[in-house]
Design a protein around this ligand. Sequence first.
Ligand code: C2E
Ligand code: MG
Ligand code: MG
Length: 619
Amino acid sequence: MAILGTAFFVVNYFFQYVSKQLEIRDREVVGLETLSRLHQIAEKSRQELEISNARFTVLLTSTGEGVLGLDMDGTVTFANPRACLLLDIDYEDLIACDIQRFMIADSGSKSTRPQKILELLGIEAKNSYDFFNWRTAKDEAFVIEYSCEATVNKNAERTGAVLLFRNVTQERGNEERVQYLANHDDLTGLANRANFHEVLKNAVARRRNSRSLAVAIVDTDHFAVINEKYGQQAGDELLKQIATRLKSSIREGDHVARLHSDQFAIMLADLNIAEDAAMVAEQIIKEASAPMLFNLEEITTSTSVGIAILGEGEKDAEELISRAISALDNAKAEGRNTYRFFNPDMQEKVEEKKRVQILLRNAAENDEFTMVYQPIVDVKLGKIYSSEALIRWPPAGEEPIRPDIFIPIAEESGQINSIGAWVLSTVSKQVKNWSDDLGVCPSIALNISTKQLKDSVFREHFIEMLRVYDIPVHVVELELTETGVMEDEDKCFEELIELHKLGVKLSMDDFGTGYSSLDYLRRLPLDILKIDQSFTRGIGVSENDEEIVRVMIRMAHAMGLRVICEGCETKAHLDFLIEHDCDLVQGYYFSRPKSVQDITALFIAERDGKINIMDGDAS
Ligand code: C2E
Ligand code: MG
Ligand code: MG
C-alpha cells in the first residue's frame, strides 16, 4: 500500500493544484491594467500545468494501480489505462459508467459491509455489496484493495472522489489458503486442534451462566488395527467418513475438530442439561458404528466418547479438554463403544495411572518384581494339583501396586513383553529348583496376556526356557488373561494353537467377565475353564450367581474341559463347588498366594502327610 499512498498523494496534489489555479483566475478583477499580469499568470499556469500534467500522465500510465476519478453521482470521469485493464473495458466505455456497475451485488451474506467509496460520496447503494469483491465489465469476479479520497473545489465543497485500486485476488487466495491450513485439518477438512482450542476458549469466556458448555472427545476404537488390516488409505477414508458423520451429529453452534490421528473433539454449546450431551454422544456412537464402505469392502468400527461439562463459574478451557480425555480413558477401560462423563474419581484414576507408568519404567531394571504362588486344589483327589504364579511389585520406597492395576498399564505400553519374559524365566528357574529339591516336578500355572502373543517371541522364549531348565511341557498351564479386546486375533490364535501342539495346557482365566468370550471357547484348543472369583463370591448370597456357576461347570464339562473355580474363601463355597462337580478349586480357603519359602513348606507338609489341604488354611 506504500505505492498506493504515494500515488494517491500525487493525484490529490494535482487536483488541489488545478483548483488553486482556477480559484486565482476567478478572483482576478479583469481590468486593462492587469491584462499583462493576467497574461503572465496564465502563461505561468499553463507552463506549470503542462509540467504537472506531463508528470501526472507518466504517473497515471505507469502506475500498477487503477485510478478512477468519480463525480458525486459515482460516475467515472477519468481513468488511467491500468483501470481500463483491470476492469476489462475500453476507456470510452468506462467514462460515464456508474461505479456500482463493477461492484458485486451480494446474496445477503453476513460479510457485507458498505463500500467505503459510496459512503464517501454519500451515494445510496443500489444493492448490498460484498466488501472488496468486484467484477470486470465482462463479469469476472476479482478481489480489490483500494483507497479513496474526496476531491473538493475552491469552496471546499466535494466534487467527487479519486479511487485507486489493484487486483489482489491471487494474494488473497494464498493468504486464505495459509489461513485455512492454519485452522483446518487437511485430511478431513474439519477444524484442527489449534482452532478448536481457540473457539473453545472464546466460548468459555463468553458463556452465559445458565447454559452449559461441554467438550466431547471422540476416539475411534482400534483404529491401529484397521490401519494395519486394510492399509493406511482405508484408515484415511474411515477418518473422513467419521468426520462427515460427526458433522451431521452436531447441532448449530457446536464445533467439531480433529485433534490428531483418530481423535476428534466436539464443543457442545448452549446445553440445557447434561443429558443433552449424552444424547449427542449416543448419536455419535450409533452413527460411527454403521459400516463404512472402502473399495467395496465393509469396514465396521466403533467409537468411545469422553464428556466433560464446564462447571458453574469455571473458566478453564484446557482443563475442560483434559477432563474429557480422562472420561474417554474411562469409556475405553469400560469396554469401549460407549461414553462416560468426567467426575473427580476419574481424574484421580488418571493421575494414579500416570504415577504407575512412571514407576514401571525402572521396575524391571531395579529388580523390583517378585513371584508368589497359590495352590490350586484337585477337590476330587483332595490334593494340590498345581500352583498359580502371581507377580508382586513393591516399587522401591512405595506401597505395593496390585497386578490388576499395573498389568493393564504394562500391556498398554508394551512393557508386558519384558515383564512376561522375566516371569517366564523366574518361574522356570523355580520349577527346576523344586524339581531338584522335592524329587518331583510340580505343575505350574502362568498368567499370560494375549498382548504377549503378537509375535512368536514368547513361544520361542518359552521353548528355550523348558529346554534350559529341563521342564516337561505337560506341567505348564498357560492362563489367558484378557484385559481388552484381542488385537491381532488371528496371530494370537495361531500362537496358542502352536503352544498347545507342544503339549502346553491352555486355560481361559476369569471366565464370565470382561472379554473372555464364548467364541474363544469354540475356536481355541482349551483344556481348562477358570470361573471368575466374582461368581464364587456370590455362592450363598446370590441365586443368580449360583446358577451361573452351575451352568458354567456343566457347559465346560460338556465341552470336555476341566473347571477351576477361583476365589473360594469359605467351607460353604467349597461344599457348593464339590456338590456341583467342580474339578479344581483355588482360593484363600486353602491358601493365600505364598512366597517361595512358604509354598515350598506347604508342598513338603502335604507330601509328608502332615497336612490335608482340604482342611483349609490354618495359618
Ligand atoms: P488371576 O489370574 O485371576 O489371579 C487370581 C487373583 O485372585 C490373584 O490376584 C489372587 O491373589 C486372587 N485370589 C486368589 N484366591 C482368592 C480368594 O480366595 N479371594 C480373593 N479375594 N482373591 C483371591 P492377584 O495376584 O492380585 O492378581 C490379579 C491378576 O493380575 C491376576 O488375576 C492376573 O490376571 C494378573 N496377573 C498376576 N500375575 C500375573 C503375571 O505374571 N502375568 C500376567 N500377565 N498377569 C498376571
Ligand atoms: Mg490367573
Ligand atoms: Mg482369574
